[in-house]
Design a protein around this ligand. Sequence first.
Ligand SMILES: [Zn+2]
Ligand SMILES: [Zn+2]
Length: 324
Amino acid sequence: MALVIKLGGGEEGDPSLYVEVVGKKRALLFDCGFLTELTPREILRVKDLFISHTHIDHFIGFDYILRLILERKDSLHIYGPEGIAQNIQGKLKGYNWNIAQEIGLTIVVHEAIGERLRISRYQCKNRFEPDQEMEWREHRNIFLEDNDLVVDFLPLDHKTPSLAYRITEKPVIRVNKDRLQELQLPPGPWLRQLKEAVLSGSMKDQSLEIGDKVYPASDLQANLLEWTRGFKVVYLTDALLTEAAKEKIISFANASDIFYCEGPFLEADRDKAKSSYHLTAREAAILAREARVKKLVLFHFSPRYKGRYDELIAEARTVFHHVY
Ligand SMILES: [Zn+2]
Ligand SMILES: [Zn+2]
């Protein structure tokens, strides 16, 4: 895995999940409740912020992030359900920006509205007033896709839309070092060229010079390169588990390496879970088991169980063994 993953508010704090792409000085953040476990340096690496919904416990950390990144050159991209742009505007309007015109930060909001995505921009130099131009496009439930990863989402019901997120690392190409030795090929820049050719799909009929010989790139690929499946993480919080939602979640989380799932209530308080459109810890474990995930991390425990959160974990473990 080339990802560093941790809960920004720890196990007990308001939800946030930090995902850093190792070696890229780049991180993604899912929700911004408490950020007590994150250093300012880590927050500065966040270029993409994904919000499940804007209840205060998932969104309270926005101001702190804004304060830290205000003088950063890279834009902050924020993704979320319908209404997110209005909430961001409300936050930005909470401050006076009259002497901040030299600051170059731009916030780009990607708002999922039905089948479409509305992209709006807010620049500090314009006192964070929305740019006149907006962009619309189809989202196909994907917010982000680049060379490192794909982030897609599943809309759920929390009396308001709440988005579950899935982060899938792109498959990684590795050189089989044993094969390299067997074929007596010297390592060099040609290995990078070969990987790039494979990734860009431009390999057809290409050949590479190694020492004083020329080899067809397709032969080198077949003999030397191996694909490793990318890591898959799912982040799900604040949702009512209907039968329809259950089926969708199981398929969305299928075979994920880590399933971060809320487990705020014990079965004894099931009525409270249902009336507030939340899961129970046992329901989270059923989802984990049915989706055949490798590991379930429970979080977002209701404060009513303070001091006895292990009971929630124990209840989940009666259904699925790998609960943390
Ligand atoms: Zn909520
Ligand atoms: Zn919540």
